[in-house]
Ligand binder design. Sequence first.
Ligand SMILES: [Zn+2]
Length: 391
Amino acid sequence: MEIELWWLLALPAFFALGWGAARVDIRHVLSQSRALPSSYFRGLNHLLNEEPDRAIDAFIEVVKVDPETTELHFALGNLFRRRGEVERAIRMHSSLANRSDLDEGERLRALFELGQDYLRAGLLDRAEETLTKLAMTPFAARSRVFLLEIAQLEKNWSRAIDLARQVESDSGHSRQREIAQFHCEAAAGKLAQSLFDEARSDAAAALAVNRMAVRANLILGDVEARAGRHAEAITLWRAIESQDPAYLALAGARLIESHRAQGRVEEGLALLAGYLDRYPSLDLLELVFRLTMELQGVQAALRVVREEMRKSPSLAGAEWMLEAQAVDAPGERVSDLNQVRNLVHAQAQRMARYACENCDFKARQFFWRCPGCGSWESYSPRRIEEGDARF
Ligand SMILES: [Zn+2]
């Protein structure tokens, strides 16, 4: 293909135009930058060198010299909050919120930031008051997310349910799992006060929102068991298998007790042994091991642990093997076995942890809401043993 002559002429012209445009931009930036105090650039320089403390000092100087720099005020306020210097963040944002020269949008923005500062500082009443003021503003939807967090911290579950529904419609993302958890929190509170009917209706409300809410079945079963209706309790707990069988480990001890109360503890053992076979877990293994030891003796209990150790070796399993072997061992071996067992026990305790699938926070205790990241149902109900026990 032949290149036309005018193309060759046009190319340098395009370059010249581009160069000219760049010059115009640079000139604009230079004239802007001359208007900025030098401490602004010092601040930037410190930020780029990852010296946030010195950057903040420099920016504070800019703010003093030029109080009109609203964006810088906001940026500093948020930086303070992120660094946990909430008092400084509060000062920065409340001075913005009180400035009469700011337009309404900026003033509301300052209130929105201030509400978050109060929340971060743990001043829940003030946070709630500040964020509630934004109800009819463009910040309403974003404020509700924080108001929902506050309701959870205050354990005000009925308010949390209302807010979660609004947040759901604001965002279009389902909050059903959390709403069911809020109903369960309310139910657990009622159960603790022996308000059985109320606990039952809250747990039923959880299931109406999320029929897979295992926790609701656990609580409903607890209500029945507390009233002596063990057959009903067992039916409710067994239903967890069709919701999420991993959670059967949490129902294991309850199932044994209700079977025992009915004089059918062998049936309870058979049920749990079946669960252990299908859904292996350390907690189920321990329950089956101890009940087998009680009902069928030490050799049967040893067989249970050996079988599990063959499938999935664990320190906890090793500990229970040593425990069982010490039962029939001759006198002089008992103290040896116990010594080793104590060592294994200490290590197994340290290593067996529940872990959050969202942030990997580990704990000895099972949580429905992660204390690390605040996620609901992010803890696997299966304890795991791991080499790197950080807690
Ligand atoms: Zn977490």
